[in-house]
Write a protein that binds this ligand. Structure first.
Ligand SMILES: *Cc1c(COP(=O)(O)O)cnc(C)c1O
Ligand code: SF4
Length: 452
């Protein structure tokens, strides 16, 4: 964290080096953790994907604060991420030197019990083109389609809480992927209500610019007046900022931004931005600067994660830093109901408090941020208040995005529950049987089940 690494990175470009499970013993020396901790991490990382690169280790993690360091918590496997009995079972296998085959068999079994595709992703958000399912896309909210290029299904490092882990562990059945940019163009043309294409992954910025071009250029050439914006969801500004600063490929990406602009479209990087630490290295600031100068907007979003950014001052500092560098605070998310959620989850009541305390200490320029928001089955739902109505303590909830566009900006109420961490924990307030949207969601699920 000292000046030394900054000087080094300013003069010599780091080579990208990803570390995985088998590198843990070597990383242990660098980050000063002991043999017991290594065994724990080997046990957890057999089940949940682990990948961290040298830039993250050397520039974002402070060895003196391990294991409490926020970026260490963000990227390294931790014992509490598995249920205790699963953890003990895996640890036992690792400690007694079980074969990789045996370890993998147990890991697969545990993984099968986790929830790889929450919020009806698989059943409900599948787009159709001429009656055929289009692979590698999701279309949930009227205005925006998500596109998952098949070469972008990995990241420069993995966040240990990520719900996309199902795509990283090499299970082909669970993979969304598409090589077919032309299908994307056809779909956008057929659906003029779509004004925004959001390219996501994994992290699409793991792809070379030439590959990104294969997806983006057809959208520009197709002359689609209803398409207003192209966005890329990425954590590369944090995990590998050299992607934007070094070499011909970086320069070509900046040119691509210019071409999107020249075609009259808005270009946005949707930056996954978890902690102000990520924006401190000189190279990260340079990356932000170059992307902005090329004509893109950078909007910032991240989930609220226990042990990573579960603190109002951390968020306030993060938003200030983003605005100072010319980025736009966009969403604070609530962690989803999958993977290692139990380890990272923060009750909705606490999320609301953290958001409010952070929001109240920043200038209006930072208050473009919205949250805390759950990406749940019916839509993006904001926890907008905790109050009392007719003698009952309630959460005030609001749709930012709805599966039905008419739900947007509509408020509704749930019984206050200090322990609730997700939509599915909530009950309607005022003795009502169901939330207003539940019948419609059930109907959609039944419909998709009928179609098989
Ligand atoms: C969040 C999200 C989007 C993008 O929503 P915006 O509010 O436009 O940023 C699109 N599709 C899905 C499924 C999402 O969860
Ligand atoms: S960078 Fe994004 S997709 Fe990759 S692990 Fe983190 S949250 Fe998941």
């Amino acid at each position: 964290m000292g000046g030394e690494s900054t000087t080094r990175e300013a003069t010599v470009m780091m080579k990208f080096k990803a570390n995985t499970r088998r590198d843990l013993p070597r990383i242990a020396e660098k980050l000063r953790f002991d043999a017991d901790q290594v065994t724990d991490m080997l046990a957890v990382s057999a089940v949940l994907p682990f990948r961290v690169n040298d830039y993250v280790i050397e520039n974002l993690i402070d060895p003196k604060s391990v294991p409490n360091d926020p970026i260490f918590q963000l990227t390294f496997p931790q014992r509490g991420m598995l249920e205790e009995k699963d953890f003990l079972h895996m640890r036992d296998l690792v400690a007694k030197g079980a074969s990789e085959t045996e370890i993998k068999l147990s890991a697969d079994k545990i993984r099968g019990q986790l929830n790889p595709h929450p919020a009806g992703q698989m059943q409900l958000n599948v787009p159709l083109l001429d009656g055929e399912v289009v692979d590698g896309m999701q279309h949930k909210y009227q205005e925006t389609v998500l596109f998952f290029p098949s070469q972008g299904q990995t990241c420069h490092a993995y966040c240990s809480y990520c719900f996309r882990w199902a795509q990283f562990v090499g299970d082909a059945d669970l993979k969304f992927a598409s090589r077919e940019a032309s299908k994307l163009v056809d779909y956008v043309r057929d659906n003029p209500q779509v004004s925004s294409v959001l390219i996501t992954g994994g992290d699409p910025m793991v792809m070379k610019t030439a590959v990104l071009r294969r997806y983006i250029e057809p959208l520009l050439r197709a002359n689609l007046p209803s398409l207003h914006s192209i966005r890329i969801g990425t954590k590369a500004l944090a995990y590998w900022p050299y992607r934007f600063t070094e070499g011909e490929d970086a320069d070509d990406f900046l040119r691509l931004i210019g071409e999107v602009k020249a075609a009259g479209k808005h270009f946005a990087l949707m930056a996954h931005s978890s902690h102000s630490r990520e924006l401190e290295p000189e190279v990260a600031r340079k990356a932000v600067d170059r992307v902005l100068n090329a004509g893109a907007v950078i909007r910032c979003q991240a989930p609220l994660i226990r042990k990573v950014n579960d603190n109002a001052n951390v968020w306030a500092q993060l938003w200030r830093q983003q605005v100072q560098l010319g980025m736009v605070p966009y969403y604070m998310f609530v962690e989803r109901d999958t993977g290692a959620k139990a380890y990272f989850e923060v009750p909705l009541a606490r999320a609301y408090k953290v958001f409010t305390e952070a929001y109240s200490q920043v200038a209006g320029l930072c208050r473009t941020v919205r949250g805390p928001s759950m990406s749940a089955l019916p839509g993006k739902v904001l926890v907008d208040g905790i109050t009392e109505v007719a003698g009952e303590k309630v959460f005030v909830l609001k749709f930012l995005q709805g599966r039905d566009p008419k739900w947007a900006n509509r408020i509704f109420f749930a019984k206050y529950d200090p322990k609730a961490t997700w939509m599915s924990d909530l009950q309607p307030a005022f003795g009502e049987e169901r939330f207003f949207f539940e019948a419609a969601v059930d109907e959609a699920l039944a419909e998709s089940a009928r179609k098989g």
